[in-house]
Design a protein around this ligand. Structure first.
Ligand code: SAH
Length: 202
C-alpha cells in the first residue's frame, strides 16, 4: 500500500501523484529522496520515504480522526485522507498563510474537498475537532506541545521530531492508562516548529 502511494500514480489515480504537490520548477525531482522548497517562509515538502516513516509506527488506519501539524505541500494530508477513508477525518494546520494557500490549491484541484484546513499555530491543536486518534507533527519541536497531548483520545498516538541537542529524534508517543509511553524511531531532519511551542519560544 505504501509503495503504491509513493510511486508515480497510474492513470485514473492522479490524486496521489507527488509531482502534483510540488512547485513547477522542482517537478523533475519529485521522486528523489530529497526535501524540496515550497512557497512560504520555511517550508519544504518532505522526502518521499518520510510519510511511511511517520504513518506506519503511528498505525494510521481506517476511520481515524487525524490531526496533521505542518501541512506544507498537502501531500501528507492527501495520503492520510486516503488511509483514514470517508468515515475518518483529517484536520491539517499550517502557521504560514502562503504555504497553506499552496496546499489548499493542490488539495482542491485533486478533489480532497473534505479535509479541514486550518491557518494557525498547530502547537495549540484544533480543539473543536478533538479528540484525535492520531497526531503527526512534521516540524522539529523542543517538546511535544501540551495541548496536543490533551487533544489525544484514550490509547491514541502522536509522532513528532523532538530536538535533542544537535539531533532530532523522531519519537512515537502513546497515551496509555498508565501515562504517556515513548519510543524513538529514527533520527530525522525537519524545519523547526514555529509559534508558542516552537524553537526559541517560552
Ligand atoms: N509534511 C509537509 C512538510 C512541511 S515542512 C510536506 O511534506 O509537505 C513543515 C511545515 O510546518 C511548514 O509548512 C511550516 O509552515 C509548518 N509549521 C511550522 N510551525 C508550525 C506551527 N506551529 N503550526 C503549524 N504549522 C507549522
Amino acid at each position: 500500500m505504501w509503495a503504491a502511494s509513493l510511486r508515480p500514480a497510474s492513470p485514473g489515480d492522479a490524486s496521489r501523484a507527488r509531482e502534483d504537490f510540488i512547485p513547477r520548477a522542482y517537478r523533475d525531482h519529485a521522486y528523489e529522496e530529497i526535501p524540496l522548497p515550497l512557497p512560504g517562509e520555511r517550508a519544504t515538502i518532505s522526502c518521499p520515504h518520510s510519510y511511511p516513516l511517520f504513518y506506519e509506527p503511528l498505525g494510521l488506519g481506517s476511520d481515524h480522526r487525524f490531526l496533521e501539524v505542518g501541512v506544507g505541500s498537502g501531500y501528507g494530508t492527501a495520503l492520510a485522507r486516503e488511509v483514514v477513508g470517508a468515515r475518518g477525518q483529517v484536520v491539517a494546520i499550517d502557521i504560514d498563510a502562503t504555504t497553506l494557500a499552496f496546499a489548499r490549491q493542490n488539495l482542491d484541484r485533486l478533489g480532497y474537498s473534505d479535509v479541514v484546513l486550518v491557518h494557525g499555530d498547530g502547537g495549540r491543536g484544533d480543539p473543536p475537532h478533538a479528540p484525535y486518534d492520531r497526531i503527526c507533527i512534521t516540524a522539529a519541536c523542543p517538546a511535544v506541545p501540551a495541548p496536543l497531548i490533551e487533544q489525544l483520545a484514550a490509547q491514541a498516538r502522536l509522532i513528532a521530531p523532538i530536538i535533542d541537542g544537535t539531533r532530532q529524534r523522531l519519537t512515537l508517543f502513546e497515551k496509555t492508562v498508565d501515562g504517556i509511553r515513548r519510543r524513538v524511531i529514527a533520527d530525522v531532519l525537519y524545519v523547526s516548529l514555529r509559534g508558542r511551542y516552537g524553537v526559541g519560544s517560552n
